[in-house]
Ligand binder design. Structure first.
Ligand SMILES: Nc1ncnc2c1ncn2[C@@H]1O[C@H](COP(=O)(O)OP(=O)(O)O)[C@@H](O)[C@H]1O
Ligand SMILES: [Mg+2]
Length: 335
């Protein structure tokens, strides 16, 4: 069947993450995902460079005498030209020291949705981080810029808290009651929902990037190389005691400690919590939940703490890199 004969549902769930932007939509009753790295490189270019990139189908824009290459291809070009990729976002929100950020995010979203431009009334739901626990950082600017980008594509925009999206994606069986945790690149987001209604949500700004940069400093490596090793070879049960593996474990444990402490702190005010008649599940998601042993390590730390909410199971999401986008889509499909 050609793609034009497929039944494409116009509703879109979008996860705008520090590390990746992920789109979810329904095609023939199955959910299709597309994702791109939320990164770019800027290199000096001649008119020849631009025409070569066009011929090769490499996503780029021309800006004065530079070419800006974005998405997954940014990493490849960063390696070839020995530069670090640049990131439109940092710690879960727009990176204030990257003025090119919003324009790059717009190009990446355009690449993901392809020819599917909105008709009037069509809906897109975008994930938003929760407020950082115990900090006055304000996410209003980030949210309004991202909303504007999506509105400019013609969509009617709604937003969903990232932790709540994980509940919508993975906790249908418990009637959307439980705690969704998304461990990404820039942040961990947590949301406790009761019968699909968010009760408590927050974020912390220690996650995968924190592990990479601290491991890089401790071992004298560059962060990109650490990340590549981590994504390919790292597990908590790794027998090899090599220096990078040890440093990764130390900083990962630090993230888990921050996360469990923050969860205890945020849930300690019992007045905010509904009276539960049974324990609730916790579901872990996001790229940083993937390494083997992470779920067990987190569960042990949570159970050893005096966590005030009774927990049944600690689960790993069915598809950790796609849960947030799926949850955003699920919130639209319920309409
Ligand atoms: N297979 C993997 N193993 C370990 N870590 C991974 C893997 N894939 C991605 N990651 C890490 O997960 C983080 C990104 O997770 P993601 O959920 O995409 O984040 P964000 O929501 O911030 O975009 C990064 O720190 C990345 O290095
Ligand atoms: Mg994400």
């Amino acid at each position: 069947m050609s793609s034009s004969e497929k039944k494409l549902d116009p509703r879109i769930g979008l996860d705008v993450g520090t590390s990746r932007i992920v789109m979810a939509r329904r095609v023939d009753n199955e959910i299709e995902y597309r994702s791109q790295l939320n990164a770019f490189v800027r290199i000096p270019a001649s008119p020849l460079t631009a025409s070569v990139l066009r011929k090769e189908g490499i996503p780029h824009t021309i800006d004065g005498s530079d070419v800006v290459i974005y998405g997954d291809q940014a990493e490849k070009f960063a390696n070839i030209f020995h530069v670090e990729t640049r990131r439109p976002m940092q710690n879960g929100a727009l990176n204030p020291s990257e003025p090119d950020g919003p324009a790059v995010i717009r190009e990446i979203i355009s690449l993901l949705i392809g020819d599917q431009k909105a008709r009037p009334g069509e809906k897109m739901c975008v994930s938003m981080p929760g407020s950082p626990l115990g900090s006055s950082d304000d996410l209003t600017f980030h949210e309004s810029v991202v909303r504007q980008i999506v509105t400019d594509f013609g969509y009617e925009v709604s937003t969903i808290n990232e932790g709540l999206a994980v509940v919508y994606s993975d906790l249908a069986e418990s009637n959307y009651t439980g705690i969704g945790v998304s461990c990404g690149g820039g942040m961990c987001n947590v949301c406790f929902a009761y019968l699909s209604v968010p009760v408590v949500s927050f974020s912390i700004s220690q996650a995968g990037d924190f592990v990479d940069t601290n491991t890089a400093t401790a071992t004298g490596e560059v962060a990109t190389r650490i990340r590549m090793f981590k994504e390919k070879d790292f597990s908590f049960n790794g027998a090899s005691g090599d220096k990078i593996q040890r440093a990764l474990t130390i900083y990962y444990d630090e993230v888990i400690r921050h996360l469990v402490t923050a969860m205890n702190c945020a849930f300690s005010d019992n007045r905010a919590l509904p009276k539960l008649d049974r324990p609730v599940p916790v579901v872990l998601s996001g790229g940083s939940s993937i390494p083997r042993g992470f779920r067990e390590r987190f569960e042990k730390a949570l159970r050893q703490s005096a966590f005030p909410v009774p927990v049944s199971d600690v689960l790993l999401a069915a598809d950790p890199l796609h849960s947030t986008a799926k949850g955003a889509l699920v919130s639209l499909l319920a309409d």
